[in-house]
Design a protein around this ligand. Structure first.
Ligand SMILES: [Zn+2]
Length: 322
């Protein structure tokens, strides 16, 4: 039996086709992580192969400092989708042609000097430092006139859109609020209190629950579009990742590590996207983790997605019951 399901608040439907179902480990990718290239542009010693550094987190471990002088490093993307020297104003010509320059900032955050490690291999304190860097870049880039939104995301694996093995995240900040964030903001306004605050209590006790700690819950969303999709929400209403204190960021790193370690078991390519409330708006801060174990085909291009893995079964896998 399957089901047609609607997203919690968005007007977005998926078909959960469990009769196509496979056991969780049948989704696993067999190929091991590809080897690091030579030269590895993101490695220590090759800093001159990237655009000029924006910031770094120094390595304070004397035992490894010589080999790895830094732990995290940020620089502009060599192949920028957007750049800061354009005009941010969006105009419309002749009714149908709306445009601006491709204005914004596009940066790379290298999460570790060690190419043999992925984010899921790093310890919680290191992942927390990556989150700190996200927050510092968001705070800094928001000051730029014309920037409407700072999007932080990660592509891991070829199917998730990157051929670069060395673990990294990206920042794209631009003159537009991403459509899905805008839809979440607008949909949230239709409820007397924040709908995410309301649904957390249900979901953290449901068959879709995955992990929980003091500050955060992670669950497989009711209308998941991807097998093993996870939504991470702070239990209290927080609008913005930069508003988290140190302990809360540690809890975020902890719950992300739990999810990522399970994805490692499947050798899963994945994306994640951080959804902050746009400046001046109200929306429950969240992280969508989107494993890319299936390929979207023709029907998905019509707007409705078929997901062959019921989120209730995905959650069992995350809880270690499968
Ligand atoms: Zn809320």
């Amino acid at each position: 039996m399957g089901e047609l399901r609607k997203d919690y608040i968005l007007d977005r439907y998926v078909i959960i086709a469990s009769e196509r179902g496979k056991r969780p480990h049948q989704f696993a990718k067999e190929t091991a992580q590809p080897k690091c290239p030579t030269p590895d542009f993101f490695a220590p010693g090759n800093e001159n192969m990237t655009p000029p550094e924006i910031m770094r987190v120094e390595n304070d471990d004397p035992k490894t400092k010589k080999r790895w002088p830094w732990k995290i490093r940020v620089f502009p993307n060599k192949f920028m989708a957007v750049k800061e020297d354009g005009n941010a104003e969006i105009k419309t010509d002749n009714q149908f042609y709306t445009f601006s320059d491709n204005f914004g900032k596009h940066e790379v955050i290298v999460e570790t000097p060690d190419c043999s490690k992925q984010l899921w291999d790093l310890d919680i304190s290191h992942i927390k430092q990556v989150i700190d860097v996200y927050c510092r870049r968001i705070t800094e880039i928001r000051k730029i006139k014309g920037i409407k939104y700072v999007c932080i995301f990660k592509n891991n694996g070829k199917e998730a859109g990157t051929s670069i093995v060395h673990s990294h995240s990206q920042v794209i900040a631009y003159n537009k609020i991403p459509e899905i964030v805008r839809q979440k903001v607008e949909a949230s306004k239709k409820y007397p209190i924040c709908p995410y605050c309301s649904l957390i209590n249900n979901e953290k006790q449901s068959f879709r629950r995955c992990f929980e700690n003091h500050t955060f819950v992670a669950f497989a969303p009711y209308a998941s579009r991807f097998p093993f999709e996870v939504l991470i929400l702070p239990k209290a209403h927080v609008k913005d990742i930069v508003d988290l204190d140190d302990g809360q960021k540690h809890d975020l790193a902890d719950i992300m590590k739990n999810v990522l370690l399970k994805l490692k078991e499947l050798n899963a390519p994945f994306n994640y996207v951080i959804h902050n409330a746009p400046q001046g708006e109200n929306m429950h801060f969240q992280i969508e983790i989107l494993p890319r174990l299936t390929t979207w085909a023709g029907f998905e291009m019509s707007g409705t997605v078929i997901n062959p893995m019921p989120p209730e079964d995905a959650a069992k896998f995350y809880r270690g019951e499968e």
